[in-house]
Design a protein around this ligand. Sequence first.
Ligand SMILES: Cc1cc2nc3c(=O)[nH]c(=O)nc-3n(C[C@H](O)[C@H](O)[C@H](O)COP(=O)(O)OP(=O)(O)OC[C@H]3O[C@@H](n4cnc5c(N)ncnc54)[C@H](O)[C@@H]3O)c2cc1C
Length: 381
Amino acid sequence: METIEAPNVIIGAGAMGSAAAYHLARRGAPVVLVEQFAIGHDRGSSHGAARITRHSYADPRYARLMPAAFRIWRELEADAGEPLYIRTGGVSFSPPGVDYAARVAASLAELDVPHWRGTGAEFNRIQPAFGLPAGEDVVFEPDAGLLAASRAVALQVELARKLGGDRTRVLEQTPVRRIDLDGERPAVVTDEHRIIADRLIVAAGAWVSRLIPDLPVPVRVTRQQVLYFRPADPSPFQIGRFPVFIYQGAGEDDAFYGMPDFLGLGVKAARHGGPEVDPDANSPLIGEAYRAEVRRFLRGHIPALGDAAIGLTEVCLYTVAPDEEFHVDFLPVRRDVLVASPCSGHGFKFSSLIGRVLADLATTGATELPVDHWRFSGGNP
Ligand SMILES: Cc1cc2nc3c(=O)[nH]c(=O)nc-3n(C[C@H](O)[C@H](O)[C@H](O)COP(=O)(O)OP(=O)(O)OC[C@H]3O[C@@H](n4cnc5c(N)ncnc54)[C@H](O)[C@@H]3O)c2cc1C
């Protein structure tokens, strides 16, 4: 058993852990990054070609953080020398009686983010690929777009290695069996290592409560099923002609999202949310009932996709906290253990910013970014 002592240790090389490693290495801080699978694996929450990014949040506390998140993604693109954000425009819509689009519009107005608001009938005239019910409430944000997800994770690990040199150590295929918190410093135990950390960052996604059984907030792990459609005429669904979309209906489960054809994979569409699942037993198979549900939504909103062929499917995991709130904070009992559990199906766009927050908290104990509402106490002292 090798004993390693390190100032900063990160468990998990997904969107959050890789971002924290990159931001720590960027400021010259030594870091050990431990991942149970290979970097870029498809067993967690961060794989796949793309994720939606937007300022369009019904919750203004999240919307207010997006200008900073967009800026920090720009810095990563500059360090990496390649684009990760693709501007496609984004449409948020909800039926009469559901105030989702109205709250999105209010957030965008508060931030002075350019946007258009109108009805389903008006939007269908602007975007003929859509066939929204005439009375739908619709908000269009030109700056919304895609983030190249898997590429971003790979680049952050690459940059952590490049910027950190021998101050960065990445242990792949190295499952952490447990975290010992009874000593003066936290220790991470794997089959071959005992890693003693000055500061430990737990960015373990769906496995977080296995490593921290008495996590201050309950989280549920749910199965996400993604479909990629191949419409007979793909041209109206290309980037530049078709926006990312987010729909919130009356029921909690009545929420769907999707994006234009990216990298030739087809038009992505999925329901937001799914059944609880064991993260180690997430079957890749997607049943007929779910496919029919997504098709039903598409027939009523983007008709050309409703009966299109499905060319590809993908499964993934959400780690869902109450109210879909993020949690990025020190454990109440230990000021040397940070937990990053920001998912609930909308964390990727914030991962660059969360990496910055984790590096700030790990190196100085504080951050200037206004994320108190992500504390376990919810920002209450
Ligand atoms: C289908 C889908 C669509 C989404 N769409 C969007 C979107 O459009 N926009 C958006 O902003 N967000 C979106 N999200 C959410 C976003 O992708 C997640 O919030 C984000 O990827 C979470 O990253 P993470 O680093 O917390 O989790 P992960 O990427 O799962 O990383 C956790 C890592 O920890 C490792 N790990 C766990 N336990 C151990 C252990 N014991 N030892 C070592 N390593 C361990 C895991 O193997 C994993 O690599 C979506 C998520 C899904 C699933």
